[in-house]
Design a protein around this ligand. Sequence first.
Ligand code: SF4
Length: 334
Amino acid sequence: MVIPIFLPHLGCRDRCTYCHQGYITDVSGEDIKARIDAAFIHRAAPCDVGLFGGNIFGIEPAVLEKMFSFFEPYRDWVRAFRLSTKPVPLRDETIYLLKENKTDIIELGIPTFNDAILAGLNRAHTGQDLFDAYHRLQEEGFSVALQFMVGLPGENENDIENIIRNMVRLKPVYIRIYPLVVLKDTPLYTLYRTGQFRPTAFDDVLDCACRIYANAVKNGISVANVGLTDNELVRDMVAGGHYHPAYGFLVQSRIFIRAVEIVLKHLGYPKDITIILHNADIPLLIGHKKQNIMKFSRMGVTVKWVPSGNNRGHFEVRSQKGSAAGSVQDIYDQ
Ligand code: SF4
């Protein structure tokens, strides 16, 4: 169980062009303390605490130390801290404070490894900064997770391949994938409104997310989540881009149908198939609003399914042309 404490824009000296965390420009010590107290008011069991929504590395060490002091009354309840941050600035004092306060997982945001795109997003760091921070944090004993983005302005095929290559090389403990969403009242929104930024087709960006996801799974890297958390505030602020309340499901169901298509090709495209699969994979086979079933129908394929003891992601296709096993791990080799 992770108790999230949101620190909107705390430590964000530079604002990323796509980001709007609710603008709290002068979070006072009392505000943070009240938020922490509220989070623990009904706590009855030990938990992890997640510090999200800002740039923890950008918080002045004295302020960070004070913030950790607000957890003193709850020390017995806090198993460990985890946090999300940009990879810069990486200060010795910050590392010391994080270790002192039982921080175990640090999620580093690296939307892309393309320095020109990072500059355009006003991230104020480079891809090399990510590598430097990653290795230093590992040496210091932290577990490191990574957050990627897809659908960025100027992004191309090479950028996605670079993300996958670096992810496989670095082997983070888990990843998160965020499609770019244009939120109102952001610099990106201005570019979008004036026609200077035109998002790539939804389907193409979904494919990019699928490729990263599938390569993560194939390499034993967990995917903690895909897409922005769905809440009313986010929905109200979305002006364009790649928001979908079930984005993670869209990714997983597209990967599933691609894996089935590989087996269909192998079997010579039989017209009537029965898929033997794990019960929990049936919604992925059917797809969001039956999209996958409709796709099979357009291909002239009638699909039945039977739940079985197969492992998740693994299935068997039976047909008059023969049978063959398949897996979501069979797709997207880079
Ligand atoms: S994306 Fe992260 S680092 Fe950038 S402005 Fe938002 S909270 Fe700050």
